[in-house]
Design a protein around this ligand. Structure first.
Ligand SMILES: [Zn+2]
Length: 214
């Protein structure tokens, strides 16, 4: 388990984080020594990009007075844990949006650098291309209005605690439509995540229904 501090935030990187990045980066297709470098470059780009995403959440939480924010990078991405935070709904929306926002911004800056030709060719170009790809796709996926993704948390705070059933219903519909599209286009890994979220949201919705007797 890798542990370090960055900008005062304790960061923990679980072994599964590397495993999933290696898998997405084509680790299963390694046959020769030369196949190793592209996978390592993808892992580095993915790690930095997801760390930037979580730093976005962490900095915004700190801005709203939360003193204890820890970052954990795990098998399905990462999370910024704000201990003892008491945010209002508007602050919660900004904390959720700051992760994908900062990540997409950095991905966009990297894309401009890539297109401007400043980056020397070879591995450096590969590294920056992976970073752009991961940053833009990861930010976009996280903004899908499916709870508990960032987009789902933003939706939950917009609709408020009284409309939690509507949040869950929208999450299920969005997850099924986007998950179906991903399957049809061969993006099975993200489709599996969305399938899991569909099941989670359905379970929460049926529990709420049973408790409230509707
Ligand atoms: Zn996030």
């Amino acid at each position: 388990m890798l542990r370090f501090r960055l900008f005062g935030f304790p960061v923990t990187v679980e072994p599964w984080h590397w495993a999933i990045l290696a898998f997405i980066g084509g680790g299963l297709r390694i046959r020769e020594k030369e196949d190793l470098l592209p996978v390592i470059l993808f892992m580095v780009a993915g790690f930095v990009s997801i760390l930037i995403h979580e730093l976005g959440h962490a900095f915004m939480s700190r801005l709203f007075g939360c003193r204890h924010v820890a970052i954990v990078l795990h098998g399905t991405g990462g999370m910024a844990i704000s201990q003892g935070a008491r945010f209002n709904r508007g602050q919660d929306i900004l904390v959720s949006a700051a992760g994908p926002g900062l990540q997409a911004f950095c991905g966009g800056v990297a894309l401009v650098l890539l297109l401007s030709g400043i980056i020397p060719g070879g591995p450096a170009t590969n590294l920056v291309s992976h970073f752009v790809w991961v940053s833009l796709i990861w930010a976009l996926i996280n903004l899908i209005p499916v709870y508990p993704l960032d987009g789902g948390q933003i939706l939950q705070n917009i609709l408020g605690p009284r409309r939690i059933q509507l949040t869950l219903a929208i999450s299920i519909v969005a997850a099924v439509i986007i998950g179906g599209w991903l399957v049809l286009n061969g993006y099975y890994l993200f489709a599996i995540f969305l399938g899991f979220f569909t099941w989670q949201n359905y379970k929460m919705l049926s529990q709420l229904g049973a408790n409230r007797g509707w």
